[in-house]
Ligand binder design. Structure first.
Ligand code: ADP
Ligand code: ASP
Ligand code: MG
Length: 437
């Protein structure tokens, strides 16, 4: 372990000059903050645009042969305003022109989108007086576009070992043919986690606009309690199920390197935030549950057949149909004579009818029915296994609020109870569960 902090600042933390100043004062208040990973400027207010979205739009316009001057103008103005208001002597015009030319000449979507972080990184480095190191020199993908962990590790060790302080833009890296490749949306979290692992940092700070992980999505529940500490496993479950504070893939590098993650609020740096800790040395959780998260847009295919449990290969045949259509599933709760598969709608496209036909042919069920518009809600907590009556509490709370439960699945880890409700009951159900705990 080195006494180094890697600090990632999200889009809202760097949305304008005022936010840049907050970031500077945070970074400079601790000598250990050595490697800084910025996102592209995010929203300044609710209806504002994210720079990354605007860059994707530029690319789409070029593809359709439409002028992207207007959209690029909005992007340019945002960056120029930041530079002017920070009163730094930085030639942003030069870089904007370079980027604009590349986009005009047909640069890829990944290249175009990555410029949000690239330009922001250049400005931040200048403002902080830090080196700028391009993520394209550190974060490496293979020729298939998969992240190359080993090669990245070598590059980071070589380059960052003798670098004092640096800003490294998040979200992207490079493929062997020098093409820029991005992670999926929100991917600056992943960049920070990788760098923290490879410099063996003592801490990975993820600075955002909330004081840590909250027990539920603050857009659904009013003033949810902050979570003081959470294990990687719990976080993984919650992130996957829609608690988007931290990109779900950002957990793995930090966990591998045993680097604790601290989620902090740029707008309220004195708050402790949430510490994400190793699964083994997690202390007892005072509360039974750690958090609640959920996602909409699922379909359940429920199959019923008498004596299904005695029929060898039933489950395999059912899943082989999904496999044949290249569809993955999220959950598969089953009873004695029933088996359901829960599938994300994005997987289904127009394949549902064909899948149903396939299941009828392969499994010959008594009945098969489809429940569309399902939302899944995960109640997660490492304390759950030891506590009696957690599911009872959830079900009673939902019944009291007249929410009809369409599906129940308890993960084998006993850390997670997943229920399915109709999409229109989603917010009501989350509030009901939150309130009862
Ligand atoms: P950044 O731009 O800093 O990466 P994100 O927008 O990706 O920030 O993530 C922070 C946002 O995540 C919060 O503003 C909040 O709206 C949302 N969010 C969803 N679920 C939760 C939760 N359980 N706790 C805290 N924030 C949550
Ligand atoms: N700017 C990118 C996005 O909007 C990456 C990130 O913010 O982490 O998805
Ligand atoms: Mg984010």
């Amino acid at each position: 372990m080195n006494d180094i902090i890697v600090a990632k600042f999200g889009g809202s933390s760097l949305a304008n000059a005022k936010q840049f100043r907050k970031v500077k004062s945070i970074v400079l208040s601790d000598e250990r903050r050595q490697f800084i990973v910025p996102s592209a400027p995010g929203k300044r207010y609710d209806k504002d645009y994210k720079i990354t979205d605007l860059f994707y739009l530029c690319h789409a316009h070029v593809q359709q042969g439409i002028s992207f001057d207007y959209v690029f103008g909005i992007i340019s103005d945002r960056y120029k305003e930041i530079v002017t208001e920070l009163s730094i002597d930085f030639n942003i015009e030069f870089y904007l022109q370079e980027v604009k030319n590349k986009i005009k000449n047909g640069a890829s979507a990944d290249y175009t989108a990555s410029r949000g972080e690239y330009l922001n990184g250049l400005i931040l480095a200048d403002f902080l007086g830090f080196n700028f190191i391009d993520a394209a020199d550190l974060i490496l993908f293979d020729k298939y576009g998969c992240f190359d962990s080993e090669a990245t590790k070598c590059a980071i060790e070589k380059k960052l070992n003798n670098t004092e302080k640096a800003v490294i833009p998040g979200f992207y890296g490079v493929m062997p043919n020098k093409e820029i490749k991005t992670f999926s949306r929100g991917g600056s979290d992943i960049t920070g986690s990788i760098i923290a692992r490879d410099v063996q940092a003592s801490l990975y700070e993820n600075w955002t606009d909330v004081s840590g992980f909250l027990m539920a999505d603050p857009r659904i529940v009013e003033n949810p309690k902050p979570i003081e500490n959470i294990t990687y496993k719990e976080l993984r479950e919650l992130a996957y199920m829609g608690a988007t504070v931290l990109h779900e893939e950002a957990i793995f590098p930090a966990r591998e390197g045993k680097i604790p993650i601290n989620i902090k609020n740029t707008n309220s740096p004195q708050d402790k935030g949430t510490i994400i800790i190793n699964d083994e040395n997690a202390e007892e959780n005072l509360y039974t549950i750690t958090g609640i998260a959920g996602r909409k847009d699922f379909t359940v295919i429920a199959v019923e057949k008498a004596f299904m449990n005695a029929e060898i290969g039933f489950g395999r045949r059912l899943l082989s149909v999904l496999e044949a259509y290249g569809v993955s599933f999220e959950h598969m709760p089953s009873g004695i004579d029933t088996m359901s598969v829960v599938v994300n709608d994005s997987q289904l496209d127009n394949k549902l009818d064909k899948i149903l036909d396939g299941i009828k042919r392969q499994c010959n069920p008594d009945t098969i029915h489809v429940i569309p518009n399902m939302a899944l809600i995960a109640t997660v907590g490492r304390g759950m296994a030891r506590t009696v009556g957690v599911s009872q509490k959830i079900f009673t709370a939902l019944a009291k609020n007249k929410v009809n439960i369409r599906m129940i699945d308890q993960g084998s880890s006993e850390m997670n109870i997943i229920i399915g409700v109709q999409a229109e009951d989603f917010e009501k159900a989350i509030n009901a569960i939150y309130n009862v705990f």
